[in-house]
Design a protein around this ligand. Sequence first.
Ligand SMILES: *[C@@H]1O[C@H](CO)[C@@H](O)[C@H](O)[C@H]1NC(C)=O
Ligand SMILES: *[C@@H]1O[C@H](CO)[C@@H](O)[C@H](O)[C@H]1NC(C)=O
Length: 809
Amino acid sequence: MIWQVLLFVPFFLLGGVAGQATYSIPEEMSKGSIVGNIAQDLGLDVKRLQSGKARIYTEDKTEYIELNTDRGLLLVKERIDREALCGQSTPCALHLQITLEDPIEFYSVHVEINDINDNMPTFKKEEMKFRISESAVIGAKFVLERAMDLDVGVNGLQSYSLKPTDNFILKLHNQQDGSKKVEMVLQKYLDRETQDHIVLTLTASDGGEPQLSGTMRVEISVLDVNDNAPLFTQETYTVTVMETTPIGTILSTVSAVDADEGSNGKVVYSITNTLDDVPSLFKIEEETGIVSLIGKLDYERTQRYNIHVQASDDGGLTDSCKIIIEVTDTNDNQPSINIMSKSKSVTENSRPGTVFTIINVQDADSGDNGKVECSIDENLPLLIKSTSNKFYSLVTDSDLDREISSEYNITVTCSDKGVPSLSSSVTLTLQISDVNDNPPVFERRSYEAYIAENNAPGLSIITLKAKDADWNQNARVSYILVESSINGVPVSSYVSVATDSGVIHAVRSFDYEQIKDFQFCVKAQDGGSPPLSSNVTVKILIQDQNDNPPQILYPVQTGGSLVAEMVPRSADVGYLVTKVVAVDVDSGQNAWLSYKLQKATDRSLFEVGLQNGEMRTIRQVTDKDAVKQRLTVIVEDNGQPSRSATVIVNVAVADSFPEVLSEFTDLPHNKEYNENLTFYLVLALAVVSFLFITCLVVIISVKIYRWRQSRILYHSNLPVIPYYPPRYSDTLRTGTLPHVYNYEVCRTTDSRKSDNKFGRDGMQNVLIPDPSCTGTMQRIQNPSPGISYTAHSRNPHPYSHCFRYLRCK
Ligand SMILES: *[C@@H]1O[C@H](CO)[C@@H](O)[C@H](O)[C@H]1NC(C)=O
Ligand SMILES: *[C@@H]1O[C@H](CO)[C@@H](O)[C@H](O)[C@H]1NC(C)=O
């Protein structure tokens, strides 16, 4: 039907034109289609056509159209393609000449070929590919390929469209040649992260009816740009850890996402804290975001850490988050004990409740872990008291006694209430200082000691010992002789006590025959203030020694006179002639006497009773026995060694006194002895008188010399230096001597009555030194003016050499 319309319209328009016919046909008509009734249009008869041998002539000899002379029609002979025939030029027409013969005539025929929309717009390529960065700016232009449409006019390319139009719009520019430049312009930012691949369809349409169109794919790859920062999945992470968490423990993992791709999307984590100690305690793994512990946590130092973590991509975009580490307390701190103040010692008489130490206890933990309680051993007389928070005082609880325990080792143990509990302890030593509360106590209730008579003066008799339970000075015992008198003589002239050692020394030689025992008191006194003391009784028993020989009381020994016992010749056996009587002032064995006959004229006649000293006859007296019998009896005591005495007993064996007398009167040697004695006595008297006069002269001259000498000394103003004999100690008190004993031996002219005399207390010597110490020294001895002496010395050296002691008389 379309063809029909196209066919008739030119007819109608071009009818009436003579000599020339114009037709308009659409292209692409099928073969044989009628172009036009030429016979009719040119006013020619069909017969004329046949007769005139009408033909079609074309300049280029193309034969698209043929002439049907039978019907007078122009018919399509070949397919007519306007695009092939004319290309883009318009109008497109075929110019024909129809020639006739007989007569020759010719007619021009124009056959206008009208375009039909038989071509659609086409693109040379099916698709175009672009790589566009997502950072491309709005307005960026991208030239697209143009489409081609062979048709012309409305059938030609009319319009383009690009779909979808989210990011790009199409912009067409008219070119000078009438064609169009096709561009797509970015009108909305690309985002690789939402769409990394965009496919657009460019459609080119013509204006034909029906409209034809061609398409091309435009593929756009969106190139990544680091336009996305990493993004943490959480802004804050909270982790709770124990402070004892070991190093290396993973605490948390943070993660950030970066929408970019490739290196732009690769996230690296780091800790950004700088000021605090977080970097030294925590570590984050760069790639994985694993946060682990690399240091030791301490709740007591920090309870909470804020770790600032940064995530960054390669492009330098970052995000940050915070990890809050909450540290929880564990009982990891022992209580620490500090001694605030401490007295080293308390006196043993301190009242209960005396504070001697204050301690302070700290526990760094918190809560129950930091609550501390302290205690000490229970069996001490001490208490621990909590005074205020964290302070404790140690006090005495009961009476103390240094003598029971002089020091206490106090272990203070403090434990916290954590589970498990931690504790620590400290040991203090408390010294109990001494108070003089114990008197010295003698080891024995009383002392008894024996000393043999005739002892050497200064002999130690016994050692007393008293102990004092106190300490040091309070326990330093001094022994003091308590002043008393024995038979009116001060006890100090009998014994002395060594103050330090308690040794009792005899001051004199004792004589058992004069005193058998005596007792006195010794006081032991300590050095405390005030001192304490105690007494003890010491009894000294003097032991007898065999120092006295037996004394014969009967028969009395007379010098010249002769005594004889008479024994009648008629005496019986066992006749008691006489009894030797002897005594011994010693006692005991020393006074146990035995009698023996030592010598006898006739041993067979007499015997002496061993025990009783009775002299008896042991046989009948005969006439042959001499009248004069001389017997020597020895009396021995039983001492060790024994002492003895002898007595001569004259016995006359006679019946009458004259007989006896005649026997005993003749003793001529006795008279001679008496004469000799008288001579010696006269001689001795003369010698003694001479010596006496000589002495008198010497003494007087010495006295005069001294008197003159002392006058010289008083005129010189020399100081008077008190002199103490060497080894003389001033500590002498109440008869107590130190270790050294000072006594002088004084001898009378009668050596048999030798006696010892001891230096006296308070004896003071005054020494007046010689100005040059080379001459005479004078010493005056007090308080006995009767025994004052002068000494002379040439020795110029020390005092001890400058003068000499002088002895009694
Ligand atoms: C106290 O401790 C000290 C030193 O360890 C020790 O010498 C002393 O004997 C102790 N005292 C007591 C009463 O245990
Ligand atoms: C010791 O003896 C003296 C004198 O005999 C006496 O005064 C004193 O009280 C006694 N002291 C003691 C502690 O017995």
